[in-house]
Design a binder for this molecule. Structure first.
Ligand code: ZN
Ligand code: ZN
Length: 372
C-alpha cells in the first residue's frame, strides 16, 4: 500500500518486549540467550547478542556473521567486533556515552564470567537481573510461527511413514533413528529436533532410552519419539508405539489406557484452562486404572524454537492456557523390565478450543507393524 511502511514481525516483537522490560525498571536490555536473539531479530546464527538502547537496537557479533546478519536482519544496526576482541569490550564500547537508568539482562543465561566483566568494566551502570521475560512472549505463537510448527510436524510425519514402511526386524534402533534424521533432511528440514528415541521391547520402559545397535526384531513393542527441526528452526515432537509382535494382554491394556488418557487431556485443552488441570485430566485416567505410579513425568511442554519451552503441562503449573500456545500431550506408562507406552501429539490452543496438529494413526488397530 502506498505510503505505508510495514514493520517486520521481529520489530513488532521487539517493540512488545521493550514495553515488558520497561516494567522491570530497565530502559536498556542485553539479550544473551541465542534462541531469544533469533526470536527477536530473525538471525539464525549464534554467538551474538542483541542490545536494546533507549532509542535503538543493535546486534553485537563477529565478522563470521556479517553477511548473514545483513541478509537476515537488514533492519538492525550491527556492532561487529574485530577478531580476538572479547564480547564484553564490544558492549563496553557501545554503552560508552549511553545514559541509562538500568540495563536488564537475562540472569538465567549470562555467564558468571561475563557478568563479572560487565560489572567491573562498564562502570556507572545498574544491571537489572531479569529472567524468562522473552520466554513468556515466546509461549504464544503468531500465525507464521504456527505455520512453521505445522511444517515441522508434516516433515516428521512424512519421515515416520517412510521409516515405518521399511521397518525390518534386523534393523537396529540406531539405524531407525538415522533413517528418520535422513528423511527429515530430504524433506527439507535441518534434521531431527532432538536425538530420536527408538526403544524396542522392555527398553521402551526407559522414557529417555538412547538408541542402541540392537536389532528391533519382534520384541512386541517399538517406541519411537522423534521430531523435525524445520528450515527456520521451529520444532515438532511426536511419539508412537508400534506393535511388532505378540504382546501380553496387560501391555495391550496399557496401550489403550494411555491413548484414553491422552484423548481426555486433549479434550480439556482450551484457553483459560490451567496447565495443571490438563495434566490432571490424563493423570486421573491412568491413576484410576492403578498405573498412577508408572506415569513419572509431566504431561507435556511447549514447542517452538526450542524443543522444550513454556508452558509446562504439569502438576503445580498454574498458568492458564492461551490461544496461540502449542503444547505436546504425552502421557506414558512405563513398566520396568516389561515395556512402556507413550503417545505424543502436538496441539495448538485456539480461540475456541484446540487443533491437534499431528495425525499419525494411533488407534490400537492402526499400530500393528509387519517387520520385513
Ligand atoms: Zn517427544
Ligand atoms: Zn515431548
Amino acid at each position: 500500500m502506498v505510503g505505508e511502511i510495514s514493520m517486520s514481525r521481529y520489530q513488532v516483537r521487539r517493540d512488545k518486549f521493550r514495553r515488558h522490560f520497561k516494567k522491570e525498571g530497565a530502559d536498556c536490555f542485553l539479550v544473551t540467550n541465542f534462541t531469544n536473539v533469533t526470536y527477536l531479530s530473525g538471525f539464525t546464527g549464534d554467538d551474538s547478542f542483541l542490545l536494546f538502547l533507549p532509542d535503538r537496537e543493535l546486534v553485537l557479533s563477529d565478522p563470521r556473521y556479517t553477511t548473514q546478519l545483513q541478509q537476515e536482519c537488514p533492519d538492525l544496526e550491527l556492532e561487529i567486533r574485530s577478531p580476538g576482541t572479547a564480547m564484553f569490550k564490544s558492549i563496553q564500547k557501545v554503552l560508552r556515552g549511553v545514559k541509562s537508568r538500568g540495563i536488564g539482562f537475562e540472569s538465567g543465561s549470562m555467564s558468571v564470567h561475563m557478568h563479572g566483566h560487565l560489572g567491573d568494566e562498564v562502570p556507572g551502570v545498574e544491571w537489572v537481573p531479569c529472567n524468562g521475560l522473552i520466554e513468556i512472549l515466546r509461549m504464544v505463537k503468531d500465525r507464521e510461527e504456527v505455520q512453521s510448527i505445522r511444517d515441522a510436524v508434516a516433515m516428521a510425519q512424512r519421515a515416520f511413514s517412510v521409516a515405518r514402511a521399511g521397518l525390518r526386524g534386523a534393523e537396529t534402533e540406531r539405524a531407525v533413528a538415522h533413517g528418520l534424521e535422513n528423511q527429515i533432511r530430504l524433506f527439507g528440514g535441518r534434521g531431527c529436533s532432538f536425538p530420536p528415541i527408538v526403544a524396542t521391547g522392555p527398553r521402551a520402559a526407559l522414557p529417555h532410552a538412547t538408541p542402541e545397535s540392537i536389532p528391533i526384531e519382534s520384541h512386541g513393542l517399538l517406541l519411537i519419539d522423534w521430531g523435525a527441526d524445520g528450515p527456520d528452526g521451529y520444532k515438532s515432537d511426536l511419539t508412537r508405539v508400534l506393535v511388532t509382535g505378540k504382546i501380553s494382554p496387560k501391555l495391550e491394556r496399557v496401550y489403550r489406557l494411555v491413548l484414553k488418557a491422552q484423548e481426555r487431556a486433549i479434550r480439556a485443552i482450551r484457553p483459560g484452562v490451567l496447565c495443571s488441570a490438563v495434566d490432571a485430566a490424563a493423570r486421573k485416567v491412568i491413576a484410576a486404572a492403578g498405573f498412577g505410579k508408572y506415569f513419572g513425568h509431566g504431561l507435556g511442554h511447549g514447542i517452538g524454537l526450542d524443543i522444550h519451552e513454556g508452558p509446562r503441562l504439569a502438576g503445580g503449573c498454574d498458568r492458564p492456557l492461551r490461544a496461540g500456545m502449542v503444547v505436546t500431550v504425552e502421557p506414558g506408562v512405563y513398566l520396568p523390565g516389561v515395556g512402556g507406552v507413550r503417545i505424543e501429539d502436538d496441539v495448538l490452543v485456539t480461540r475456541d478450543g484446540h487443533t491437534v496438529l499431528s495425525d499419525v494413526p494411533k488407534e490400537w488397530d492402526d499400530v500393528h507393524a509387519e517387520l520385513g
